[in-house]
Design a protein around this ligand. Structure first.
Ligand code: ZN
Ligand code: ZN
Length: 381
């Protein structure tokens, strides 16, 4: 069926020409009712045309999880896939579908010129997308405010960032996992007790209390239902940026609709599903270990073995909205990321050598003044 297939491919390129003037329309951040629920709008920057995004029909309005075991065995066969043309970054490894009108062809994460990838790539299709809630201006202001609060940041950089070029809006790929776990454990519960002892100290007999732990073997079971364990599906951004972005209001996830991507870049996942699951399991294991310690109780806990059975494991591939900026200032590059829903900012914390030297000097002056005042006081006495 050549014609529906080619129509689908065109949609996969995420171009939405304006009915009135033919220019590419873009998704307007925050245009959804309640910042997400039910649609939003595409707008045309050239003629002002506005087009509502149709909300999902009731039969589509499900963000079904997909069965994990089947997808791990054959990712492309069992999960719904899409084919997209991607550019890849030779520096940071990001694979990105740039916005329709993007001229530069630069990697939004590290500003390196991108190169054509291996052609159209077949990937697991996103299930959900959290549409941008903040527009570029709001995100830019959030970043300027954040920099402004860093007293030690060089003033020049603050000005530069304030006036500097626009932020890039990017949908960043994530995996989320749900699972029900049942764990059986063996360990020991420690109870603290005290012994009194008589010791010689400075030639005198003294009675002291010594804390001791009595250990007793224990075993038991714990269970937990994990919901939306979130794993970043890309390595383009260092972890310390992205770890600072949550919380995400995943309750406002919309079923995937390419219209939300109009005018934005979208990064493709480069962390395969199975690697993402390994990371999610490690997170689950740490939560389970906490549960086991709580279950053991007592004053101290030792865990010798935990055997976990995972049932009903499922996953979703979702896209989350991030505004980002990369600045080069005096030979340094600074990167900032802004949560596209909350405006929460993360980034390099730049230090101005001058301001730090000044602060140290002020500190020394204060210390000197205090010392002087004390000397005067003692002299007076
Ligand atoms: Zn138009
Ligand atoms: Zn890059």
């Amino acid at each position: 069926m050549p014609s529906p297939a080619s129509g689908k491919d065109a949609a996969a390129q995420h171009r939405f020409p304006c009915d009135t003037c033919g220019a590419d329309m873009r998704y307007a951040p925050g245009s959804g009712v309640d910042g997400g629920q039910g649609g939003g709008a595409l707008i045309c920057d050239f003629c002002g045309n506005r087009e509502e995004i149709a909300g999902p029909g009731p039969w589509e309005n499900t963000l079904n999880e997909q069965d994990l075991a089947a997808a791990l065995a054959a990712p492309e066969a069992s999960a719904e896939t899409e084919t997209r043309t991607l550019l890849s970054c030779p520096n940071c490894g990001a694979e990105v579908a740039l916005a329709g009108d993007s001229h530069a062809g630069e990697c939004p994460f590290c500003a390196t010129p991108m190169v054509a990838g291996t052609g159209a790539e077949r990937r697991i299709k996103p299930r959900g997308v959290l549409p941008f809630g903040l527009d570029e201006k709001t995100a830019h202001n959030a970043m300027s405010d954040w920099l402004g609060k860093l007293w030690f940041a060089p003033s020049g950089l603050k000005d530069y960032a304030r006036k500097g070029r626009k932020l890039d809006g990017i949908y960043v790929p994530y995996w989320t996992f749900d699972a029900a776990t049942r764990s059986q454990y063996r360990g020991e519960r420690g109870t603290v007790y005290y012994e009194t002892r008589t010791v010689m100290r400075d030639g005198k007999r003294q009675t002291i209390r010594v804390a001791k732990v009595r250990w007793r073997s224990v075993s038991g079971r714990v269970a937990r239902a994990f919901d939306d364990v979130l794993v970043l599906a890309s390595r383009a951004l260092p972890k310390h940026y992205t770890d600072g972005l949550p919380p995400w209001d995943l309750g406002a996830l919309e079923p995937y609709n390419p219209e939300y991507l109009a005018g934005f870049a979208a990064e493709a996942y480069t962390v395969p599903l199975k690697d993402g699951y390994v990371e999610a399991r490690a997170h689950m294991d740490s939560v389970i270990a906490r549960d086991v310690k709580f279950d053991i109780g007592g004053d101290r806990q030792r865990i010798h073995a935990v055997e976990t059975q995972v049932d009903d494991a499922s996953f979703k591939h979702i896209l989350l909205p991030v505004w980002m900026a990369a600045y080069k200032y005096r030979g340094h590059s600074y990167r900032f990321v802004v949560n596209g829903r909350t405006g929460r900012v993360q980034g390099e914390r730049p230090w101005s050598a001058w301001k730090i030297a000044f602060a140290v000097l002020v500190g020394l002056l204060i210390a000197g003044a205090v010392g002087f005042a004390m000397a005067v006081q003692q002299g007076a006495l």
